[in-house]
Design a protein around this ligand. Sequence first.
Ligand SMILES: [Zn+2]
Length: 188
Amino acid sequence: MVKLFQVDAANIGLYFYNQDDETSERICASCGRPRSLVGFPERHFRLRKERADWGATYDGQMIITERVVTFLQAHASTPFTTIKVNRRPAMYALKLSEVLRFDAKTVGTRFEDFCTRCGEYATIVGASPPAVFTDEKIDPMGIYRSDLIFACGREMHPIILVGEGLQKILMEYFRELDFEVVRMSDPD
Ligand SMILES: [Zn+2]
């Protein structure tokens, strides 16, 4: 069976979504949960210096450099798209289209603050240690996101998962990344 890893990067000290804007169309006006996972950042988002090739915003967007885009185009076997979010230095938000089912039961994930306006939970916590069902099709060179999004309100985001082949070369190229092995569990 292919081993799977969760990927994390250090925080770049910025929010992707404007935390004060109550009128943003990208979030639920009642609970703040994002309506879509990656949009264009709001106008305040501005990165003046490249700190690392991979960096996360406080609200969970993965921001990458041109080098990472080229790297993933060359090595990743699964489709992904990027949105240019910063001109100079050129930075991109990573949008993953392949989704893996997260095993919330095994991990003990808690679903709280059900929002009647958007019909979703505004708080989903407990994603560690991560677990994914074994019946998911995983390519060793694939990069995926979890079906569930974690944290609260505006900070909710999926976790990023990679197959063991991709993890191995990512680890060599990008020292700033952290990896955690994912538990594979049998579906009921
Ligand atoms: Zn809501």
